[in-house]
Design a protein around this ligand. Structure first.
Ligand SMILES: Nc1ncnc2c1ncn2[C@@H]1O[C@H](COP(=O)(O)OP(=O)(O)OP(=O)(O)O)[C@@H](O)[C@H]1O
Length: 598
């Protein structure tokens, strides 16, 4: 009976990987390729700043000469400067937006390539949704600030410096008031900005956890419905979302403080300058034109300072997200041994496709001494069918994982066609193998897309032949339509047996010398099992086939049967030999009520 759908009490597995705090300098490798575009944007920004800084001088001139008639060149240059500064800003924005997009694209490309090359042992221990969220959401949150922030800070910084110089020339006392208020604002913004990075990191982490949860829940949606766990899972999802909400609210609070503080600072400085400035004009220390120019310079400062507050906050948010990206990029990818000099050919005449010698293996992350395999000596002869049998958890699939080079041995040696695999690039071994996993996973997409994973350049005729050999042609009226059939997420639109047959078709289509079939016919009815068995035996004539089977009936005619128990090889031979010499094999045969003579 399914459990009652009770609300969740709390997420069971919290604690994502610790994320290092990112520094601005860490962004340099990503900014570096775009340095020319950024330099161009900076140059345009400087020209724009020059145009902006010149305007108040002309306005002062116009105001002070208004009564006697403004010089015609002033009236001509002023609008030209206005138009020029608008055009420069537009061009600068365009360059910045485009390089931001490219920069984020570079980061995503690096992340995608890196994540897909992480060792299988690492990927098995990470949450998929969280990784997906780092590629998508985290990189998005960095888009605007990465390049725009840096350049805007630089060009507005220069505007501010130039404006300050002119303001000092006009009235040093008034400038003192402005600098005091602006300095207080800048210090506050920087202090609050640091806290924003922490809150933003928490926000992105919560979003990652929420994505992981949704991925897990959608992947197991049938189990969740059937066990009346929908409410429980909804509560868990909501808890993750509320983690994001709390962090988001903290970021929002910090942003509100920064922006209201900036608003108040602007008001204070305006009132002070206008009040004090009026007194200075009345006392004759300043002309009206000079006060107008001073106020205009002040407005030039106010905009970058307000921008600065926003950029520092956004920058800290981006650094939070970048910390998560950096953490993934710092994980080592699957490494390949350097090929030693000399003859690198595989020894086809060795007579052994695979050979384990004194092999021991512990899964990454397992406790020391928790051997999944220990002291394994076995050989898979070239050609024909080799079967691996044994109780559940004995280590059969682990042997395949090692042959596929997903993991490295902890001790001993694995040889592939006579060569120690430690001296071969992993993909070189994999290129010779076709692997059908235990649960025969199919990828979302069409039947054709799934088949082409086996051989990238296979034509339709070869695909259809592989489907015929694995009895799948009945799925559509015309074989050509079958190739375009969408099979849904993880092949959910196919039955378990159809998925297995599709995986076998993929393996049969490949040019691989060795087929590794893990429980490949376990979901099939006896008719299908029989005909696929024939196809597999046929494949064994010109290739090496290694099968893992629980149902011994499917493998007892194999030329070579390896019996595994508790991470060790306890027998090897053909059916009659093992029936005579191996107690575990006899027991397995008797339990399945097979005819012991075979
Ligand atoms: N990715 C993994 N990480 C850690 N331990 C694992 C992993 N996969 C398997 N194991 C452990 O290694 C041991 C051998 O597992 P393996 O899957 O090789 O057994 P098997 O003989 O193929 O079993 P079955 O017939 O049930 O598929 C088991 O104790 C299992 O719990």
């Amino acid at each position: 009976m399914a459990a009652t759908d009770t609300p969740a009490t709390g997420p069971e597995d919290r604690g994502p990987e610790p994320v290092p705090r990112a520094r601005i300098a860490d962004l340099w490798p990503y900014v570096h390729p775009h340095r020319r575009a950024l330099a161009a944007a900076l140059a345009l920004g400087l020209l724009g700043a020059g145009a902006a800084v010149a305007q108040p001088l002309l306005v002062a001139e116009a105001v002070d000469t208004f009564a006697d008639g403004v010089a015609p060149w002033v009236l001509a240059v002023l609008p030209a400067l206005l138009i020029a500064s608008a055009g420069l800003t537009c061009l600068q924005q365009l360059i910045l937006e485009r390089s931001s997009e490219r920069l984020v694209f570079d980061m995503r490309r690096r992340l995608i390539a890196h994540v897909l090359r992480l060792p299988i042992g690492v990927l098995e221990r990470r949450k998929r949704g969280d990784l997906v969220s780092r590629v998508g959401a985290d990189t998005s949150s960095m888009r605007r600030v990465l390049s725009q922030g840096v350049v805007e800070l630089c060009s507005s910084g220069l505007t501010v410096v130039a404006a300050l110089v002119f303001m000092a020339l006009i009235d040093a006392l008034l400038l003192g008031v402005v600098v005091g208020v602006v300095a207080a604002l800048v210090v506050t913004v920087i202090l609050i900005g640091r806290r924003t990075q922490g809150a933003a990191l928490q926000l992105q982490t919560s979003v990652g956890r929420m994505s992981s949860h949704m991925e897990r829940a959608l992947g197991g949606v049938r189990t969740i419905r059937a066990t009346l766990s929908t409410r429980r899972e909804t509560d868990r999802g909501t808890q993750e979302a509320s983690g994001a909400l709390n962090a988001g609210l903290r970021v929002a609070g910090l942003k509100a403080v920064v922006s209201s503080f900036s608003g108040v600072a602007v008001q204070v400085v305006l009132l002070a300058v206008v009040g004090l400035g009026a007194l200075r004009v009345a006392s004759g220390a300043l002309t009206v034109g000079e006060l107008s120019a001073f106020v205009m310079y002040m407005m030039l400062i106010v905009t970058p300072v307000a921008l600065f507050a926003g950029i520092v906050t956004a920058f800290n948010e981006a650094l939070g997200a970048f910390g998560r990206v950096k953490e993934v990029l710092s994980l080592p990818t699957e490494h390949d041994p350097a090929e030693p000099a000399g003859d690198q050919s595989l020894d086809r005449g060795a007579g052994r496709a695979f050979e384990f010698r004194g092999a021991g293996f512990v899964y990454p992350g397992s406790a020391e001494g928790e051997w999944a395999l220990r002291g394994v000596d076995l050989a898979v002869p070239t050609g024909g069918v080799t079967a691996i049998v044994g109780p559940s958890g004995a280590g059969k699939s682990t042997l395949f994982g090692l042959m596929e080079r997903f993991y490295d041995l902890a001790e001993g040696e694995l040889r592939f066609f006579g060569r120690n695999v430690d001296t071969l690039p992993r993909d070189r071994v994999r290129a010779h193998l076709a692997y059908v996993e235990q649960d025969a996973p199919a990828l979302a997409g069409t039947v054709r897309e799934n088949l082409l994973l086996g051989r990238h350049d296979a034509d339709d005729a070869a695909c259809i032949e592989a489907l015929r050999r694995s009895n799948l042609l009945f799925l559509a009226e015309r074989p050509a339509d079958l190739l375009d059939l969408e099979i849904g997420e993880n092949g959910i639109l196919l039955s378990g047996g159809e998925r297995q047959r599709l995986a076998i078709a993929r393996a049969l289509l490949s040019d691989a010398d060795v087929l590794l079939l893990d429980e490949a016919t376990s979901n099939l009815d006896s008719n299908n099992e029989h005909s696929l068995q024939k196809a597999i035996d046929e494949a064994g004539r010109d290739r090496t086939v290694v099968v893992i089977a629980h149902r011994l009936a499917t493998v007892r005619h194999a030329g070579n049967i390896i019996v595994v128990e508790d991470g060790r090889v306890v027998g090897q031979g053909d059916h009659p030999v093992l029936m005579r010499s191996n107690a575990l094999y006899r027991e397995l045969v008797e339990r399945q009520q097979l005819d012991p003579v075979g």
